[in-house]
Design a binder for this molecule. Structure first.
Ligand SMILES: *[C@@H]1O[C@H](CO)[C@@H](O)[C@H](O)[C@H]1NC(C)=O
Ligand SMILES: *[C@@H]1O[C@H](CO)[C@@H](O)[C@H](O)[C@H]1NC(C)=O
Ligand SMILES: *[C@@H]1O[C@H](CO)[C@@H](O)[C@H](O)[C@H]1NC(C)=O
Length: 431
């Protein structure tokens, strides 16, 4: 009886809705009490798919008799196709109060793959028990979602183990694939590079091994590529030059090696390049200076070697953060760093740099941290007392045994931390 009343009331709303702009009506479809019925098989599949994750005690038809209408389920969104409601978005995991929370033992039921209008599917902190209840991603059936799925996300699921199913490579409409902080292993399937609609590919925080597939070079709409914190090895593929749309490239904390390919200079829109903690070598590739959009370049802790003069640093006028510490760099610190008007952070510590430190670095208008410790810089520091006072320990010049500051000109309370005052003898010797 109650549901009859509801139906007739919602028919009125539907008519009102149809009288107004129909676009508006579907735009509010998620929350609106629209009179359209839900496809019955779709509804049953939704209940069963969810029950697979949250446990058999959850009785969807009891709790949420109208999941696309007046009893919405947190994490489920719907849309109307040919007059019937279908699920377009499903997210499992504790994001909001009332979210669908996973049971200790979960199963991917076949029904999940019957929700063919799904555009977005996400699992957050759902498979959390790698030792007691590890669960591999299903290896088949994903292709059934290929027609509409645009976003697939597994985030913070340490109990999600095994490899990336190769049939992910069939999800050709994916714009975002995020497999962040799970327990996934093995090599990244070559055919992930066939997902040419991808704008975001995040595989960070897993146990992936092997090389970055050459096929990634085909992802020319990709804006974000984040593979950080894995066990990837081998060189950067030469095809990387194909990622011309890329804004952020984070490959940090892997075991990547070899020289940075020249083609990296084609990434003209890149704003973030983070390659820290790898095994790159072969010197600083000159084409790095062509990445004009770069705001953050972090290459620290690699065995890159070579010197800083191979790059015209003043071409990288957008740099805000430049971290070149612990790279085995030799030679002197070029004056061209002094041209980087937006630079806030300059890290050059723990290299084998020699020569003196140009006082021009103090004139960088934005500089807030300057680390040059752990080198073999020599001579007298010629910054102003005001500079030392402003920077405090964010001016790090310690562990340069042959570096000193003019004790007569700088009071000890503002002296650069860990640097000794020049001895009269030393000064006259070096003069
Ligand atoms: C849910 O509850 C309904 C009515 O109480 C019952 O008929 C149905 O079998 C239950 N479903 C499950 C999956 O427990
Ligand atoms: C790079 O950025 C510019 C400005 O935002 C944009 O017009 C251009 O299309 C981008 N290039 C690529 C290859 O995406
Ligand atoms: C540091 O430089 C000084 C003089 O430039 C040189 O005598 C010394 O051997 C160097 N030390 C190291 C550890 O390279």
């Amino acid at each position: 009886m109650k549901s009859l009343i509801r139906r007739s009331r919602s028919h009125v709303i539907l008519v009102l809705c149809m009288l107004s702009l129909s676009g508006l009506c579907t735009g509010e479809a998620d929350s609106g009490d629209d009179g359209a019925p839900m496809d019955k098989t779709e509804q049953a599949a939704l209940y069963s798919a969810i029950q697979g994750f949250v446990g058999n005690l959850w009785n969807g038809s009891d709790l949420y008799p109208d999941p696309c209408g007046w009893t919405p389920i947190q994490g489920v969104s719907c849309d109307i196709f040919d007059g019937l409601w279908y699920v377009t978005s499903l997210s499992i995991g504790p994001i909001h109060e009332n979210s669908l929370i996973c049971a200790p033992i979960v199963e991917f039921r076949q029904d999940l793959f019957e929700l063919k209008h799904l555009r977005s599917l996400s699992f957050f902190s759902c498979f959390i028990s790698p030792h007691q209840h590890p669960i591999a991603l299903p290896t088949t059936d994903w292709s059934k979602l290929a027609g509409n799925l645009e976003s697939l996300e597994f985030r913070s699921n340490p109990g999600s183990i095994g490899q990336i199913p190769t049939c992910f490579g069939n999800l050709i409409n994916l714009q975002s694939l995020v497999l962040l902080e799970n327990g996934l292993t093995g090599e990244i399937p070559e055919n992930i590079g066939h997902l040419t609609s991808l704008k975001r590919l995040v595989l960070a925080g897993n146990w992936f091994t092997g090389r970055i597939p050459d096929s990634f070079g085909r992802l020319n709409e990709l804006l974000i590529l984040d593979l950080n914190r894995n066990l990837l090895s081998g060189p950067l593929p030469l095809t990387i030059e194909g990622l011309t749309s890329l804004l952020k490239l984070d490959l940090s904390n892997n075991q990547l090696e070899g020289q940075l390919p020249n083609g990296i200079g084609y990434l003209k829109n890149l704003t973030l390049l983070d390659l820290r903690n790898n095994k790159f070598s072969g010197g600083l590739t000159k084409s790095l200076q062509e990445m004009y959009s770069l705001e953050e370049m972090v290459l620290s802790t690699n065995s890159i070697g070579g010197d800083l003069k191979s790059i015209e640093w003043d071409k990288l006028q957008n740099l805000v953060i430049l971290d070149l510490s612990n790279l085995g760099l030799v030679g002197e610190i070029p004056d061209s760093f002094g041209q980087l008007k937006r630079l806030r952070f300059l890290g050059l510590s723990d290299n084998k740099l020699t020569g003196s430190l140009s006082p021009k670095l103090a004139s960088l208008p934005c500089v807030g941290a300057l680390y040059v410790g752990g080198n073999n810089l020599t001579g007298e520091l010629k910054f102003s007392q005001e500079f030392y006072r402003k920077m405090g320990r964010r001016f790090g010049a310690w562990s340069n045994p042959n570096l000193c500051y003019p004790g007569g000109l700088v009071s000890t309370s503002h002296a650069p931390y860990g640097v000794k005052p020049c001895q009269q003898e030393l000064r006259s010797h070096s003069d």
